[in-house]
Design a protein around this ligand. Sequence first.
Ligand SMILES: Nc1ncnc2c1ncn2[C@@H]1O[C@H](COP(=O)(O)OP(=O)(O)OP(=O)(O)O)[C@@H](O)[C@H]1O
Length: 192
Amino acid sequence: MHGRPIVISGPSGSGKSTLINLLFKEYPETFGFSVSHTTRKPRPGEENGIAYHFVSNEAMKQLIAEKRFLEHAAFAGNLYGTSLAAVDHVINMHNKVCLLDIDLQGVRRVRESGLQARYIFVRPKSLTTLEERLRSRGTETEEAVQKRLERAKDEWAYGMDPKNFDHVVVNDDLDKAYTDLRDYIFAPQKSK
Ligand SMILES: Nc1ncnc2c1ncn2[C@@H]1O[C@H](COP(=O)(O)OP(=O)(O)OP(=O)(O)O)[C@@H](O)[C@H]1O
């Protein structure tokens, strides 16, 4: 098994969280998640340093200026980011392989940061399937579903270009997709 971080990306609703949760469940000692920073207020029950590193707007901007983030983005009026230190913590303090669930915008930045990661794109069979899943998950308003679909169209094109990812998982049948992901992650790696 390689110690390099694994970046898992794909359109909203493609099944990233589902697949990542299966990996954590089967291999709790192997994989770890980095704790992101955010400027949003903690929700009840969210502990600082566990759910997120909760920081002020000023502190976040300072960290961005100091180039402490692998990637950062604004979402719904708040800033979010994955710090180098958070990834480092998973690798060196917990001795685990760091899994990163990052949107495609973020993937471009992570690549630019030079992080030696493995990049995996998760997608459903078609955009129609994606739409069905987003609706049946029932977590988004119609407006949010539309927004996610719009964005998914761009992401689709980026994800379909083989030079952008080391591996693509087509999440049609979940068991097969999970096996494919697991086999790829644990396979002896060819040097690229
Ligand atoms: N292979 C599959 N077949 C059918 N349904 C699936 C499959 N994989 C995931 N789903 C369902 O599709 C929905 C979206 O999956 P999930 O929440 O894992 O996506 P995501 O990529 O993490 O989305 P987001 O980026 O918005 O968090 C969920 O309701 C999930 O249970």
